[in-house]
Design a protein around this ligand. Structure first.
Ligand SMILES: Cc1cc2nc3c(=O)[nH]c(=O)nc-3n(C[C@H](O)[C@H](O)[C@H](O)COP(=O)(O)O)c2cc1C
Length: 234
């Protein structure tokens, strides 16, 4: 599945740039053309073009339908997402379980253009869409909530659970979102702390870029392995 999907994405990339008459780097274009010929019949899932109405059509449905309707969106309008609504989403995320209910997660809301640019310039996965984000939510965790070597993964683990609920809460409130990894070197992490003030006892876990969505946009299909492919019933 991974191979077919990767080839398919590259073929779609070539097709897209041909359609808009964009001249790709010659060496890259040659490689993509070779791939296109070699794997003529390979067809994975393509991007899904969708309207905003369709995208949020299942947001009030049963959990299974809601869950299947959430996708990462990398396209936002300039419309302001009000702070009280973001606080509502964060309150919902706070319903996530945490170890001994210690609630280590924190959120830094970033809306100022210069601060968003400063952060996105350091982050390595937002090229081509990051600048559209109306809000960045920097998810952190208070390290002093954990004690002893055996708890060393709890900040990241609890942050993952929290962030997932937050992504669902954003979707429920019709706000499009994209998780952004914070797998960065120490110097980049320190740079972020020059852009916004993050207390020393908080570790940055990830960032969520978000905003209201245009009338129409495209989402990556991102197919999943099935439960039977990833599960062992012992
Ligand atoms: C921790 C984490 C980090 C991610 N980092 C990035 C990123 O840097 N850039 C990006 O475009 N997408 C990023 N994503 C989004 C994933 O690519 C996306 O969730 C995945 O392809 C599944 O698609 P879906 O969210 O539409 O179901 C990240 C997701 C997670 C959970």
């Amino acid at each position: 599945m991974e191979f077919v999907q990767s080839v398919s994405v590259l073929k779609e990339y070539l097709e897209f740039h041909r359609e808009i008459n964009f001249k790709l780097d010659e060496a890259l274009e040659k490689k993509l053309e070779d791939l296109d010929v070699k794997f003529k019949n390979v067809e994975g899932l393509k991007q899904i073009k969708i309207t905003r109405k369709e995208f949020f059509g299942d947001k009030n449905k049963a959990f299974d339908q809601f869950c299947k309707s959430r996708y990462t969106v990398r396209n936002y309008t300039k419309e302001e997402v009000p702070l009280p609504l973001l606080y509502e989403c964060i309150d919902l995320a706070q319903r996530s379980p945490s170890f001994c209910n210690r609630q280590p997660n924190r959120v830094h809301i970033v809306k100022l253009k210069e601060q968003k640019e400063g952060i996105l310039n350091i982050q390595n996965g937002n090229r081509g869409f990051g600048h559209l984000a109306e809000t960045l939510l920097v998810i952190t965790s208070v390290v002093s909530t954990t004690k002893g070597i055996h708890e060393r993964f709890e900040n990241h683990l609890n942050g993952g659970l929290f962030s997932m609920t937050l992504l669902n809460a954003l979707h429920f409130n019709e706000i499009g979102a994209c998780s952004l990894n914070w797998s960065v070197s120490d110097d980049k992490d320190m740079k972020l702390r020059e852009v916004i003030e993050v207390p020393e006892n908080e570790v940055v876990l990830m960032i969520i870029a978000c905003g209201y969505l245009p009338e129409e946009f495209a989402i990556a299909s991102s197919p999943r392995k099935t439960a039977s492919e990833i599960t062992v019933a012992h």
